[in-house]
Design a protein. Structure first.
Length: 157
């Protein structure tokens, strides 16, 4: 369990987005591979705004960082689209999203993911990944919902 730096609610680690410092900027780390301190947030605009208002990024990262809401939301949108594309590509190669003939196993989920990725210029590609079907479905659903929330934030910005 981790606490969101914005709303301070306790959630499982996988339900939060980790942000790390990249020089003076703050960037999302969806795969949690970056070394060092991180700040966890719910993927919601209200939590991002609260964390900026409370200076949670500087406090959690223990360093001076520049945080601009619009840039952070744009970076998060790109990261969600790229991670969704990677997850879909891994699922296709392991036949968890499409079978060997290229037919979708779960048409509704695949359509929702493609719709969520509309407008994304990220190509479907990357290294082959062996994934558990249930974990892939959960990850794709989480990424698609996060991307949809971020796209709806774009209308508000």
């Amino acid at each position: 369990m981790r606490a969101c730096a914005g709303c301070r609610s306790k959630r499982p680690r996988d339900a939060l987005v980790r942000f790390v410092a990249d020089g003076p900027r703050v960037v999302p780390d969806l795969r949690r591979l970056a070394v060092g301190r991180g700040v966890n947030l719910c993927p919601a605009l209200a939590c991002i705004e609260q964390a900026i208002k409370r200076r949670a990024f500087a406090r959690g990262l223990k360093r001076s960082v520049q945080v601009q809401r619009d840039a952070l939301v744009a970076d998060l949108r790109v990261a969600f689209a790229a991670e969704l594309a990677r997850a879909l590509a891994g699922g296709r190669r392991s036949h968890h999203i499409e079978d060997a003939a290229g037919r979708p196993e779960t048409p509704a989920e695949l359509a929702a993911c493609r719709e969520a990725m509309a407008g994304s210029e990220t190509p479907l590609g990357g290294a082959p990944v062996v994934v558990n079907r249930a974990l892939l479905a959960a990850r794709v659903a989480w990424l698609a919902s996060g991307l949809q929330r971020l796209q709806s934030m774009g209308r508000v910005l």
